[in-house]
Design a protein around this ligand. Structure first.
Ligand SMILES: Nc1ncnc2c1ncn2[C@@H]1O[C@H](COP(=O)(O)OP(=O)(O)OP(=O)(O)O)[C@@H](O)[C@H]1O
Ligand SMILES: [Mg+2]
Length: 468
């Protein structure tokens, strides 16, 4: 109940003259009283708009009063329910109290009795809401998949919570590894669509010529290799959420098809003239600045405005204060358990180092660092010398092998300078070779996202070069 609206009271009483009398009792009060005579109507009312208090007669024509009580509390555990009961049924009223009713009044009762009980019930309701509110604001060092209680993350949680119930499109930005995918999932899980599918599509990881069919599906024979009809992500996400990850990597011609879909909800599979309507909520993400992409002519402005309804910005890990240590501790406990190691905490100077470091790869990098320590080290406490490197030196392979990724281009003369792209390419190819072409693993060691590796491979292939 907001300060402006009157508290809403739902009166469930099948004897109409009595109901009229009770409404009369409450006439002088600043209340919005709604009367129904049946359990089913009560539940329908509650689904439409939640009351602050309920006055429930336990004897109803269509349902058991105790069942109505249970269902009301299932819908809203904080609602205050006052039972009205005949003198002979006090046992049931007591049972109702056990099931969570706030109080009961024995018929017949006068206006004062009803008013007093109702006032208490509404007060209890207000207190419950206040406590819930405080708890929500204080207790949040975890939120869906997120760890971290910093004010920066509290703001993220609040935004997610307030957009989740609507179907407004959300555009998530943030550096690599800040948790954009975690945020997309949180939006879905906090939304009324949570029991419907969440479908993620990584626009950078899918080869350009397959992307259209991945989104919109295709019909048999649409192109070589299309041996049957196949639904795309848009149809698979029907009723739920479609997460368009790395959206700025989408080719411009496909952007116009996506725009039409976002505007109309109509899907046309590749090779088909038939359109199908779907209902999806769009969440897009990018580690680029989408507006800069628009200005550079790489991203359609109209699509930008369609998708960028609610911006959600994930702060870099270095701006989240104590979150670094909080996240590191939880990762350490989880990984130590997974790997059967006895590491239980960080030495104070290690925590100081974690706070001071600037984490260019954000939470993913922190994850890798902690994983690295747990795999390679043991002992109750993580000491400074156990910390891998970008912190202190070259990254070692988990096998403990002598190879390091930091020593690139071994035959290079001291005064030679290579273009940066060349060094990057060498390093990625080297990582792939050492990891047996396992892209996710190579990406882990390089501390970049697998999609970045895929994207680079695709670029090199596009440039007519062999990547491996
Ligand atoms: N606040 C957090 N608490 C715990 N784990 C997190 C948090 N943020 C991210 N992670 C974890 O870090 C990893 C990277 O997160 P995610 O993939 O969502 O990042 P991203 O922003 O999508 O990165 P990229 O731009 O590289 O795709 C994931 O394993 C995720 O579970
Ligand atoms: Mg991502």
């Amino acid at each position: 109940m907001s300060a402006l609206s009157k508290p809403r009271v739902l009166l469930i009483e099948d004897t109409v003259p009595l109901a009229k009398l009770y409404v009369e009792f409450l006439r002088g009060e600043p209340l919005d009283v709604v009367h129904v005579t049946r359990g089913k109507d009560a539940l329908a009312q509650v689904d439409e708009r939640a009351p602050d208090a309920v006055i429930l007669d336990l004897k109803l024509p269509d349902m058991e009063g105790l069942d109505v009580l249970r269902l009301l509390r299932e819908r809203d555990p904080g609602v205050s329910i006052v039972i009205i009961t005949a003198h002979g049924s006090i046992d049931i009223a007591v049972e109702a109290m056990r099931l969570g009713a706030f109080d009961f009044i024995v018929k017949p009762f006068n206006a004062d009795r009803l008013n007093l009980t109702l006032r208490n019930a509404l007060e209890r309701r207000t207190l419950t809401r206040m406590v819930e509110g405080y708890r929500k604001d204080l207790d949040r060092d975890r939120f869906y998949g997120f760890i971290g209680g910093s004010p920066e993350m509290q703001a993220v949680y609040r935004t997610i919570e307030s957009v989740a119930p609507s179907r407004a499109n959300v555009f998530i930005t943030g550096e690599s590894g800040t948790g954009k995918e975690v945020a997309a999932q949180a939006i879905h899980r906090a939304s009324p669509r949570r029991s419907q599918p969440f479908v993620a599509l990584n626009c950078a990881a899918i080869p350009k010529d397959l992307l259209e069919s991945e989104i919109f599906g295709h019909v048999k024979g649409a192109f070589t290799g299309a041996s049957g009809d196949r639904p795309g992500a848009a149809v698979l996400a029907n009723g739920g959420t479609l997460f368009l990850d790395e959206i700025c990597e989408m080719p411009i011609d496909l952007q116009s098809k996506l725009l039409r879909f976002v505007q109309t909800g109509a899907v046309v599979p590749v090779g088909s003239g038939q359109e199908e309507r779907v209902d999806v909520r769009f969440v897009a993400a990018s580690n680029r600045d989408p507006l800069a992409e628009v200005q550079a002519g790489r991203f359609r402005e109209d699509l930008y405005y369609r998708l960028h309804v609610i911006p959600l910005i994930l702060p870099p890990l270095r701006d989240r204060g104590e979150d670094v240590v909080e996240i590191a501790r939880i990762f350490l406990a989880d990984y130590a358990q997974e790997e059967g190691k006895s590491l239980t905490g960080f030495a104070p100077e290690v925590e100081a180092r974690l706070r001071a470091y600037d984490w260019p790869g954000n939470v993913r990098q922190l994850q890798n660092v902690v994983r690295n320590v747990v795999v390679l080290q043991d002992g109750p406490v993580v000491t400074l010398d156990m910390l891998p490197p970008q912190v202190t030196g070259p990254v070692r392979l988990p096998s403990g092998g002598a190879a390091t990724f930091a020593q690139s281009a071994p035959d290079l003369a001291d005064d030679a300078i290579l273009p940066l792209w060349r060094v990057e390419k060498d390093m990625i190819q080297r990582a792939l070779r050492l990891c047996g072409d396992d892209v996710p693993r190579a990406a882990l060691m390089l501390e970049i996202s697998p999609s970045t590796v895929y994207r680079k491979l695709q670029q090199w292939r596009g440039a007519g070069e062999s990547a491996a």
